[in-house]
Design a protein around this ligand. Structure first.
Ligand code: HEC
Length: 170
């Protein structure tokens, strides 16, 4: 092969690689995947815990998945408020990659390494197929960003600034 032919060949490979990359990225956000994610989020009921007003019987659907206003007290662990899952960069998942969103669903680990409190049902969600977990992440990325930083987590023994659901002994 002449030098020119080699260069042409390498160029074609590059284009091919670029083509594959673009189609993978496009695939990440294809309509079918986002629709599947929306369906799963609705059926699993992520919004029950992650939408304010839900535990008062009036979910604020204008701020769906924008974070709760009630904390769960887990004995010995503390109080945990379900955070904002919309793509706001400062207060939500805007800066999280799809992989970083999928990891907590499958392993319970946040990007900073902290294990989520078990009230977040990640041990159940770990049964999702990778495709379905990715579909959920893709859908969350398409939500309108809502600016809302939920308070906490509050260490056991400290005073939470939100209403709390707790187990009360008889
Ligand atoms: C029973 C209530 C509940 C349900 C249902 C629930 N979550 Fe959560 N989730 C939580 C709580 C509480 C936390 C915070 C736990 C902590 O800080 O340790 C959390 C944390 C998270 C986090 C980590 C976010 C962060 O900023 O740290 C993600 C991502 C997440 N949930 C996604 C989901 C998705 C997606 C679903 C549905 C497939 C879902 N959750 C269903 C209660 C719930």
């Amino acid at each position: 092969m002449s030098l020119k032919a080699v260069k042409l060949w390498l160029g074609a490979c590059g284009l091919l690689a670029l083509g594959t990359l673009t189609s993978v990225e496009a695939q990440d956000f294809n309509e079918q995947q986002v629709a599947r994610g929306k369906y799963l989020v609705a059926v699993i009921g992520c919004g029950d815990c992650h939408t304010s007003g839900y535990f008062f019987g009036k979910p604020d659907m204008a701020h769906a998945l924008g974070g709760s206003d009630v904390g769960f007290e887990i004995p010995q662990l503390g109080v945990f408020v379900a955070p904002n899952l919309t793509p706001d960069a400062q207060t939500g998942l805007g800066d999280w990659t799809k992989e970083e969103i999928v990891a907590p669903l499958q392993t319970g680990k946040r990007p900073d390494g902290r294990e989520l409190a078990p009230i977040m049902p990640w041990q159940d969600l770990a049964n999702l197929t990778r495709e379905d977990a990715m579909a959920i992440a893709a859908y969350l990325k398409t939500l309108p960003p809502i600016k809302n930083k939920v308070p906490g987590p509050f260490a056991a023994g400290t005073r939470p600034t939100v209403p709390v659901m707790k187990i009360v002994a008889p």
